[in-house]
Write a protein that binds this ligand. Structure first.
Ligand code: C2G
Length: 145
């Protein structure tokens, strides 16, 4: 009986990846385990304005950090909601995968490749880190002489 491989060839995902944290790392590791190459669409600063997100880190920094991640084979800019079908064909992706806070939102892509949503890592988020840093600054500001 030949071993059944569930390995995909090219895994495609997207995100802002601001203040890169362990939730991002764990997701990227699990996405990379799905296939041979993980390619990441990193949201541009302009696209994040459309998404209503204010980033701490500029796109260039977020993309460089993603490229330094051992699980990521390539990074490209995500500039709009509408580029995913083109990207799937551009990169010959056979699976599109995201964390499950997006569950159901991209099911229409199943006409072009498999679609998978993986569970998010609880108790960590960029928003939470921003709050922790703000509180830290407030406290640190009060204690310095
Ligand atoms: N994520 C996770 N666990 C967390 C935080 C994030 O698994 N604790 C996952 C998200 O589910 C997402 C990826 O990490 O799949 C990137 O998260 P964000 O940077 O918040 O991405 P977002 O701004 O939601 O952009 O077109 C899709 C959008 O660009 C997604």
């Amino acid at each position: 009986m030949l071993p059944v491989t569930s390995k995909y060839n090219v895994v495609l995902t997207y995100g802002t990846f601001d203040l890169f944290h362990v939730g991002h790392v764990r997701l990227l590791r699990r996405l990379a385990e799905l296939g041979d190459r993980l390619i990441v669409g990193c949201s541009s600063d302009e696209f994040n304005r459309i998404k209503g997100k204010t980033c701490v880190m500029p796109f260039e920094h977020r993309a460089e950090i993603l490229m330094a991640c051992r699980y990521v084979a390539d990074v490209f800019p995500e500039d709009s909601w509408d580029q995913k079908v083109g990207d799937i064909h551009r990169f010959n992706a056979d699976v599109f995968a995201m964390g499950d806070d997006w569950a159901g939102k991209f099911d229409e892509l199943s006409a072009h490749c498999d679609v998978i949503y993986l569970s998010r890592t609880e108790n960590i988020s960029t928003t939470r880190l921003k709050t922790v840093m703000r509180n830290w600054e407030d406290t640190a500001g009060k204690t310095t002489v």
